[in-house]
Write a protein that binds this ligand. Structure first.
Ligand code: FE2
Length: 471
């Protein structure tokens, strides 16, 4: 205990004795910052306490899942305890112990150890409790349910980019989503969870985990990597993109992805739905679109399930100004169409857009064929919908923080997009008719499309509505 007290006092000292904190607050330099942490403050320094705890899907969520967490460097080896849930508090007596694989990461907030535990041999559709170890400490017990081995109704959450002012303004989005669908089994994040990019992003990740708190540990997080989870650096005069070290350190995902992309492409089946996560940054910046398509096609062709959801960051059909990802239309969209993918969930454009119908010879045609393509945004950075997208997309909007809830059963996929203020902004169903064909039913409310109320951001940009860091 004396060690803990000493550690605590050092941390407080570091946080509040830091040069410049009082001055930062007094001078207002937090304005324009991407986090709530003033320069010099050690708000998210690693400690003996386990933190940033996140549950992730393994290849078979009916019998296994993975958990990651971190501590400071005093704990180079850690364990997880897990037991089937009982009403009695004697969880520790019934628990089995799983040893984690631990790796070291140097961050701007200090050296951390990231611990990965893969828990297998679980019963399907059973409620488990687990806790993770710190240095002389434990986390609380988190409860999480394994998937059923058969198709069963369930719900999942879907978030577009959080990215900026994550603790200040994204936290309310994930909390409202959970409040509306507290039994959601999964949370899909379509990339740019943080701003990152330059590499100094540990505080931003601290805010991302802080924003979702215990939710990250209580349902399965399904992350897709965005361009902001990559460093863009010039090497030999050429722009290169490299996955930032935090991603593999904190997200031990199923290692069943495309060749050369073990950390950012993966797939798993959950109660009658095939989920496939792709890496659009690598596809567009490193030329891996064809490699990923080669991995993707057999997953779609030999899918035994009724439903398919594909997730990645850059939209196949861009919705904001001056953007186009034609490479994805060339390599991926034909496969989505051929094999009847139901939902393509994306981010990156910082607007809302939902549409169907593919583009013959590059022209956009509003249609009703699958898949349904969605772009959404959860955080405060807000762009403008292009005129082309306004005409092509069935529903679109600006200046709005949103979350989505998707409920799926044997007969229907029901999609809802909600504003953080609690207004239903978009909705549709995909129903399975008696003869087995799928039928799209538009349930969007008749409210007007939301538009940006001003001509430029406070920094003077006219292609955006909000820069995301004005507060
Ligand atoms: Fe992005």
């Amino acid at each position: 205990m004396s060690r803990m007290r000493k550690r605590g006092s050092m941390s407080i000292c570091a946080a509040f004795g830091a040069v410049g904190l009082a001055a930062s607050l007094a001078s207002g330099t937090l304005h324009g910052s991407n986090t709530l942490v003033p320069p010099g403050a050690a708000r998210y320094a690693p400690s003996a306490f386990p933190e940033r705890i996140v549950a992730l899907p393994d290849a078979d969520p009916a019998t296994s899942f993975a958990v990651a967490w971190r501590t400071d460097a005093t704990l180079a080896s850690a364990v997880l305890e897990i037991a089937e849930v009982r009403s009695s508090p004697d969880l520790a007596d019934a628990a089995r112990t799983i040893r984690a694989v631990s790796t070291k990461l140097q961050t701007e907030n200090g050296v951390a150890y990231y611990h990965h535990a893969r828990i297998s041999g679980l019963k399907p559709e059973a409620l488990y409790a687990y806790r993770v170890q710190g240095a002389g400490t434990w986390s609380e017990w988190f409860q999480i349910r394994t998937a059923a081995a058969q198709p069963r109704p369930f719900a999942f959450l879907y978030f577009g980019d959080a990215q900026n002012s994550v603790k200040s303004l994204y936290s309310r989005v994930i909390r409202e989503a959970w409040r509306r669908e507290p039994r959601a089994a999964l949370a899909v994040h379509a990339g740019d969870l943080v701003n990152g990019r330059a590499g100094e992003n540990d505080t931003e990740w601290g805010e991302w985990f802080d924003a979702g708190a215990f939710l990250h540990a209580s349902l399965l997080t399904v992350p897709a990597a965005g361009n902001h989870e990559h460093h863009d650096r010039e090497v030999d005069g050429r722009e290169t993109y490299q996955l930032a070290a935090h991603w593999p350190a904190q997200f031990p995902l199923p290692r069943n992805g495309a060749s050369g992309l073990p950390h950012t492409t993966y797939s798993f089946d959950y109660q009658g739905v095939r989920f496939i996560v792709l890496d659009s940054t690598s596809a567009l910046k490193s030329g891996s679109a064809a490699t990923q398509a080669a991995w993707l096609e057999p997953l779609l062709e030999h899918n035994p399930h009724r439903w398919t959801v594909v997730v990645f960051h850059h939209p196949v059909f861009s919705a904001s100004l001056d953007r186009d990802n034609s490479h994805l239309r060339e390599h991926w969209a034909p496969l989505f169409e051929r094999y009847g993918v139901d939902l393509v969930l994306q981010g990156h454009d910082h607007v809302y857009a939902r549409g169907q119908g593919l583009f013959a010879a590059g022209t956009r045609d509003r249609g009703t064929k699958p898949p349904v393509y969605v772009v959404s945004v959860a955080g405060p950075k807000q762009y403008r919908v292009s005129e082309e997208a306004q005409s092509a997309m069935a529903r679109h909007g600006e200046n709005t923080q949103l979350y989505q809830i998707v409920r799926i059963d044997d007969e229907r996929l029901r999609y809802e997009s909600w504003t953080v203020a609690g207004e239903l902004y978009d909705a549709f169903d995909i129903e399975i008719a008696p003869e087995g064909a799928k039928r799209f039913v538009d349930r969007a409310p008749s409210t007007a499309s939301r538009r940006c109320p001003h001509l430029q951001t406070r920094s003077g940009r006219t292609d955006r509505c909000w820069d995301g860091t004005e507060w």
